[in-house]
Design a protein around this ligand. Structure first.
Ligand SMILES: Cc1cc2nc3c(=O)[nH]c(=O)nc-3n(C[C@H](O)[C@H](O)[C@H](O)COP(=O)(O)OP(=O)(O)OC[C@H]3O[C@@H](n4cnc5c(N)ncnc54)[C@H](O)[C@@H]3O)c2cc1C
Length: 339
């Protein structure tokens, strides 16, 4: 355990922040020694690529760093289990190298395996929910390991039970994927649809990396946390009236009849793409990404995010919800719509 631990290296916005106590258990028995000392508020941190430290002080941090990958297979599928402290992209690479197919579309998403179910990571037409078999969950109250199958995880767009009723009640120890041996490339997404149907998983993996590198700022060069806001999902009535005014507006029909809009497009049309405010800004290439040009204060990003929300609300009457988790010294905070 470290006291007054500095967290710049532990968040992709590269913001300096200090936590009163930092625990990094590597095994269950190390964790069990820690749990009795873990006082609220505390935050479970992976690699900090979806977390904004809004103040220079944070809560106590628990960063489980269990490592290991195990594989079981039969004629039909591969069951691949990875511990929470493994890096997600390294896992995708490992799968591609070993001919385990199904997560190549999720290449280059930063962060840990442990965080991947929390917001049901997704990209290029694939979501974690499509390939997950179960999650091993350590419950703080009972000090036991539980298994949550795919449906128990309550996955939805950038959402799961781990962000809701199970938040801070335990943590994800291990994620098990079920990868079918009857693999077919998922090329539905724009950018991948030009690939031939007999493309290999390795080629899809490389294509996804190339597209991502051309579109998204790399956090080690320009600190950011990927998409800052979720794509809003609106009722058909709202969509129809917007479509009349903006016929070129991108839209993605959902299974429940609602329509998902592109938050980046809404921000761009609000005239905010490339906006710079002091040491922070809206990325010049991808308006959904807020970037840190050198600020040492998370409030700069918070104020920018509010500015974006206000402008998009004024123009489209849509309130953008952050995808990024906002951590203050008292716990998670929300950027809610003022009445
Ligand atoms: C450049 C860039 C591009 C990105 N692109 C995408 C993308 O295409 N698709 C996408 O979905 N996301 C994307 N993201 C967001 C980010 O990569 C994912 O959300 C990732 O899963 C975060 O992992 P992390 O370990 O860094 O999480 P953290 O930021 O450390 O934590 C995120 C959340 O998970 C919780 N958590 C972490 N570990 C555990 C655990 N073991 N048990 C329980 N809860 C835990 C935390 O409490 C927090 O609520 C992008 C981010 C960046 C910087």
């Amino acid at each position: 355990m470290h006291n007054q631990y500095e967290l710049t290296q532990h968040n992709s916005f590269a913001l300096p922040a200090i936590c009163p106590a930092f625990y990094q258990p590597k095994t269950l028995s190390e964790l069990e020694d820690i749990v009795p000392h873990l006082s609220s508020p505390f935050y479970i941190l992976g690699e900090g690529s979806n977390t904004l430290f809004t103040e220079q002080a944070t809560t106590t941090i628990l960063q489980p760093n269990f490592k290991g990958i195990t594989v079981k297979e039969n004629d039909d599928f591969v069951l691949l289990s990875a511990k929470c402290g493994e890096n997600w992209h390294e896992l995708v690479k490992y799968c591609v190298e070993n001919n385990y197919h199904g997560i190549e579309n999720l290449a280059l998403i930063p962060g840990s395996v442990g965080a991947s179910p929390v917001q049901n990571i997704g990209a290029y037409g694939t979501e974690l929910a499509d390939v997950i078999d179960h999650v091993s969950w350590y419950e703080f109250d009972t000090k036991t390991l539980k298994t949550l199958d795919q449906s128990a995880c309550q996955f939805a767009y950038r959402d799961s039970i781990f962000k809701n009723s199970l938040a801070n009640k335990g943590f994800i120890v291990e994620v098990t994927l079920r990868l079918s041996k009857q693999w077919q490339a998922n090329l539905t997404y724009r950018g991948l649809d030009t690939l031939p149907v007999d493309v290999s998983a390795k080629e899809v993996f490389q294509k996804v990396i190339d597209i991502r590198q051309s579109k998204l700022p790399a956090p080690d060069k320009l600190p950011n946390a990927g998409s800052f806001f979720k794509n809003p999902v609106v009722e058909i009535k709202c969509f129809n009236s917007l479509k009349e005014q903006y016929p070129d507006m991108p839209a993605y029909p959902q299974k429940d009849g609602r329509i998902k809009l592109a938050a980046g497009w809404l921000i761009e049309k609000s005239g905010l793409k490339g906006l710079r405010k002091g040491n922070v800004g809206v990325d010049k290439t991808q308006a959904l990404v807020l970037v840190n040009y050198g600020s040492k204060d998370g409030q700069d990003i918070v104020q920018l995010a509010k500015h974006v929300q206000e402008h998009v609300l004024a123009k489209f009457d849509i309130f953008l919800q952050p995808e990024v988790r906002l951590l203050s010294s008292k716990g998670l905070i929300q950027l809610t719509q003022s009445k």
